[in-house]
Design a protein around this ligand. Structure first.
Ligand SMILES: [Fe+2]
Ligand SMILES: [Fe+2]
Length: 195
């Protein structure tokens, strides 16, 4: 794959995000009693869900671009059925049925439960410990002080709106409970750190 990753995070961030999303998605399925027809497909789809962010052309969704990358580079490794199921996860990972995204649907879509689990896992991985890490990493990338960063991520209206939208987008009750825990943890960290 020749495309360099222009995302302003450390090299490997997306790999680790993908690994965490795969683990969280499997645990959402377990908690919610969602049957996983093939754990390898769930893992691979979740692991690769953001691969399209690398070199994504303007105006193209990174989900659609990711499907293209996987179809191009993994065709020899997967059966047509596996490819279709994995690409479905990648393509739909940000097509959320709930929250502010609900307005785009004339009928609420009925995605496979594993797709919904990956959607939730993707949201959950942006909060909690990895959310704290990303916020301070961005401080370094954007050359802002830790205080400015903390104010933006933990106190700004924009951040509050992002948290509210993210919570509303979740598909499963246990994901909402986990999200609230992640936010409590981030706030507790910030309160301690700000002293
Ligand atoms: Fe994404
Ligand atoms: Fe993601």
């Amino acid at each position: 794959m020749a495309n360099a990753c222009e995302f302003p995070c450390e090299p490997g961030y997306r790999l680790h995000h993908g690994e965490r999303v795969a683990d969280i998605a499997a645990s959402v399925c377990e908690t919610e009693g969602v049957a996983i027809p093939d754990p390898v497909i769930l893992y691979f789809g979740a692991l690769m869900h953001d691969i399209g962010k690398c070199g994504c052309p303007k105006g193209v969704s990174h989900a659609a671009h990711g499907v293209k990358i996987v179809e191009t580079h993994f065709a020899d490794l997967l059966s047509p059925g596996e490819m279709a199921d994995i690409c479905e996860i990648i393509l739909l990972h940000c097509e959320r049925p709930k929250g502010k995204w609900a307005a785009k649907w004339t009928h609420t879509p009925t995605f496979k439960p594993v797709v919904l689990a990956v959607q939730d896992a993707d949201v959950l991985d942006h909060f909690g410990p990895s959310g704290i890490w990303v916020s301070f990493h961005w401080a370094a990338v954007k050359n802002s002080s830790p205080e400015e960063t903390a104010r933006f991520w933990f106190e700004s209206e924009q951040s509050a709106e992002w948290r509210a939208e993210s919570l509303q987008s979740l598909n499963f009750e246990s994901s909402r409970a986990a999200f609230v825990k992640h936010i409590d943890m981030m706030n507790a960290f910030y309160r301690t750190w700000a002293k």
